[in-house]
Design a protein around this ligand. Structure first.
Ligand code: GLN
Length: 493
């Protein structure tokens, strides 16, 4: 038997191994995480809601189930007893889902998101719901109505966003893995800011049912964990066709590629010049270039490429995402869900509930989006943005005839200071320049750590792949992590 390190140090792969061998119980593992959370959550604030009672109940259930299944020779679910944290925009039946918003402070969904349901069927134990920018709108978790999350590497820094709570929870070892969502970078950027690994899947690969909608043509549920192998395990179990999501695609989930013998020889990696622009923190560019050289040393072929419409991704996204958000958020009107601020008459109910329930960034996006969709402006803004979106998409299609994946920085800087962007929404939007294109094109992106800057903050790179080609991303991330140890470094809390 292998000696077990501190329980919270286990990766998903290791935890699953020691759970299956019976070396530890799910209760022991779950208690270890709950203890760590109660010790450090005050300083990090990764969660909006923790669910210790539910977690212990689920853990005991998992332990009982394992005993019974072993005795009766039944199948054992692959993640049976594994603790997991879930971003607060994904519905878990019976657990409050706030989306980081006051308007949903009292909302408890009566159903599970499909990704959650899939993972519950695989046996996970729910530790709690993680902090997020309100309705996933933001890049720092500062837009949460429930307070900011602190980066475990430096508590004066943001963890990134909007899945900042999930990234911080993994980095702080509050959970071996966490679910996030990525509409314009919200899995990859916080993964990069917190030194963890995260996947934003192909649009349509993972069900959006029960993911409280932000931008429906861009939203994708993803996973954050400490290694690529861990991310792949959870991704494969949550992915798949779902008839309850009309954009879900009926294609089989590929076999796991993170295993001994995986290699990257002959894979063609494109490096787009538009992602190494002026204004990027030099240490970030350098670290990503060094990682690309590591891939070259491992046998990959490196090719310079161009994605000429990259500069339009930011304005295009900040028209399309708010436009979709303005429509999606119309349902929060005081009638059906969450906050009702007035009963006096219908108009007052609408305006006062929305006025009191939504925070400033959400209101800004609703106004921007409503404007971009309004008669007389639709063609000039939303319509035009859709056309340019097609150009961005075709940039990728052209390049993917020459390369297998694209390597780029995740964000232009490492984690910035809490309050660092003050009241400047544009400065915040600029954080997303490198992550938005993948969402606009519907392609997958994997972020993983490649080094640290001189302030000791993690740097990450992303690999973007062809639609449905998550396996190639995982293979590259896995092989990189077999040869480097950036992902093994963890912060001292
Ligand atoms: N930062 C981007 C935004 O604010 C992306 C957020 C996300 O991916 N959910 O819209």
């Amino acid at each position: 038997m292998k000696e077990i390190k501190n329980l919270v140090d286990l990766t998903v792969t290791e935890a699953v191994e020691v759970l299956s061998s019976g070396q530890i119980s799910s209760r022991e593992l779950t208690e270890a995480y709950l203890e760590r959370i109660s010790e450090h959550e005050r300083d990090i604030h990764a969660f909006i809601t923790t669910t210790p009672d539910l977690a212990l109940k689920m853990a005991d259930g998992a332990d009982t189930k394992r005993l019974k299944a072993t005795k009766e020779n039944e199948n054992i679910p692959p993640l049976l007893g594994l603790p997991l944290a879930i971003k607060d925009v994904l519905c878990v039946e019976g657990v409050r889902a706030t989306c980081g918003s006051k308007i949903l402070e009292q909302f408890t969904p009566p159903f599970n998101a499909t990704v959650v349901e899939n993972l519950l069927n695989a046996g996970v134990v729910v530790l709690g719901k993680t902090n997020t920018d309100e309705f996933a709108m933001g890049s720092s978790t500062e837009n949460s109505a429930y307070g900011v999350t602190h980066n475990p590497w430096n508590k004066e820094r943001v963890p990134g966003g909007s899945s900042g709570g999930s990234a911080a929870a993994v980095a702080a070892k509050f959970s071996p893995a966490a679910l996030g969502t990525d509409t314009g970078g919200s899995v990859r950027q916080p993964a990069s800011f917190c030194g963890v690994t995260g996947i934003k899947p192909t649009y349509g690969r993972v069900s959006r049912y029960g993911l409280i909608a932000y931008g429906s043509s861009l939203d994708s549920a993803g996973v954050l964990a400490r290694t690529t192998e861990d991310v792949e395990i959870i991704f494969r179990l949550m992915a798949g066709y779902d008839e309850r999501d009309a954009t879900s695609i009926d294609a089989p989930v590929a076999d796991a590629v993170c295993r001994d013998g995986a290699d990257v020889k002959g894979l063609r990696i494109g490096v787009p010049k538009e992602y190494f622009i002026e204004g990027i923190q030099p240490e970030v560019a350098q670290s990503v270039r060094t990682a690309v050289e590591t891939f070259r040393d491992l046998g990959a072929e490196i090719i310079d490429i161009s994605l000429p419409h990259t500069e339009y991704a930011l304005p295009v996204y900040y028209l399309i995402a708010p436009a979709e958000a303005s429509a999606n958020l119309a349902r929060f009107d005081g009638v059906r869900y969450g906050l009702r601020a007035s009963d006096e008459n219908m108009l007052k109910m609408y305006t006062e509930s929305r006025g009191a329930g939504f925070g400033p960034e959400v209101k800004r996006r609703i106004m921007l989006g409503t404007y971009a969709l309004s008669a007389g402006y639709y063609d000039a803004y939303y319509g035009q943005a859709q056309k340019v979106r097609t150009l961005i998409k075709s940039d990728f299609e052209n390049v993917f005839s020459k390369v297998d994946v694209i390597a780029a920085p995740v964000a232009p800087t490492t984690a910035f200071k809490i309050g660092g962007h003050g009241d400047d929404p544009l400065a915040m939007y600029l954080e997303d320049v490198f992550t938005l294109p993948a969402n606009l094109a519907g392609i997958p992106g994997l972020a993983f750590p490649t080094g640290f800057d001189s302030d000791g903050l993690p740097i990450g790179m992303q690999l973007m792949g062809k639609q449905f080609d998550e396996p190639t991303l995982f293979k590259l991330g896995y092989v990189f992590q077999q040869h480097t140890d950036w992902h093994q470094r963890t912060p001292h809390l």
